[in-house]
Write a protein that binds this ligand. Structure first.
Ligand SMILES: [Fe+2]
Length: 315
């Protein structure tokens, strides 16, 4: 059986990708950012996941305003880096996992999450920057250390999905992964954010208090986050802060109680806050490691109540 072993939250600031690609990682401004991911890369090398699911948003690279899927799952065998205006990033082509991706698509669609299936898709910095931060800088002619399944979420055009919808999609993804027969250890990334606004009178807005409370709740009390309406993200975390709903897909895919392995937060990178967290599911059987309880369908309750009533009448 496949299972999700950990979730990773990470910003996907495009300037981080530019710093990597232009050899600026040792400059003091950028070293402050990259040094915060050294432990994470060590953790990733030790963890050696078999597959990663990366939840991110496309920035008008694979999709234009002509087509805006709310949730788009990459089921292809490979995903080339997109040309975002300066040529494709010099990173390896992402190898997918079509068998697991197709299985997830079938499972979550039958669970009433109507995903768009992408059998051909280029991926932009939203996905490749967090991969660099966690897997390190890898030669474009080499390979990423594991296959990756992209899940693109619309947070660019109104209306994006709600935090609750994202969290429940995470739950459905978890169920899908756990019904895949191969013995795979899967990690899931939630990317984007944290607080930032890139245009308008509030451009440059960063709200560290909000960001840190979000990270606290993500770790310990995610149910508080699923209730946050879009307007609160806009007001408190800036127009682009809505990207944070993608972290809730990652969190929904984890157990209720998780261990916080690592956290990093710094301001600024470009004009955004950089946030990062690693949350690990506890080994099965460990105290507090129970998987989230599935709500029982109302119909099943009704049938059970009816049966009990019949039994009472008979006795
Ligand atoms: Fe973004």
């Amino acid at each position: 059986m496949a299972r999700i072993i950990a979730g990773i939250g990470s910003s996907h600031v495009p300037a981080i990708g530019a710093a990597i690609d232009n050899g600026k990682t040792e400059e003091p401004y950028w070293k402050r950012v990259f040094s915060g991911f050294e432990k994470s890369q060590e953790w990733m090398r030790e963890t050696k996941p078999d597959v990663a699911i990366v939840v991110y948003n496309d920035h008008a690279s694979a999709f234009s305003v002509d087509i805006i899927p709310t949730f788009a799952l990459g089921c292809a065998a490979e995903f080339p880096p997109a040309d975002e205006g300066w040529g494709p990033r010099p990173v390896p082509v992402v190898q997918g996992h079509p068998a697991l991706a197709s299985h997830i698509a079938q499972s979550v669609i039958l669970d009433e999450f109507d995903l768009t299936i992408c059998n051909k898709m280029e991926v932009d910095h939203g996905m490749t920057v967090p991969m660099n931060l966690l897997f390190g800088q890898i030669d474009k002619n080499s390979h990423w250390p594991c296959p990756v399944i992209p899940l693109a979420v619309n947070v660019v055009m109104y209306p994006p999905p709600t935090g609750h919808r994202c969290f429940m999609l995470g739950r459905a993804i978890r169920k899908a992964v756990e019904s895949f027969p191969d013995d795979l250890r899967v990690v899931i990334f939630g990317t984007g954010g944290l607080s930032h606004q890139i245009s308008g009178p509030r451009a440059g807005l960063i709200n560290s208090k909000w960001d840190k409370a979000f990270l606290d709740n993500l770790s310990k009390d995610p149910q508080k986050l699923v209730k946050i309406p879009h307007v609160d993200y806009m007001r408190e975390a800036g127009a682009e802060g809505i990207e944070m709903v993608m972290w809730l897909i990652m969190r929904g895919a984890l157990d209720d109680k998780v261990d916080e392995v690592y956290r990093f937060y710094t301001v600024p990178a470009s004009n955004t806050a950089v946030g990062h967290i690693i949350l690990a599911n506890r080994p099965r059987g460990a105290k507090g490691s129970k998987a989230p309880r599935k709500p029982k369908p109302a119909a099943r309750h009704k049938r059970a109540a009816a049966r009990a009533k019949v039994e009472r009448i008979r006795s």
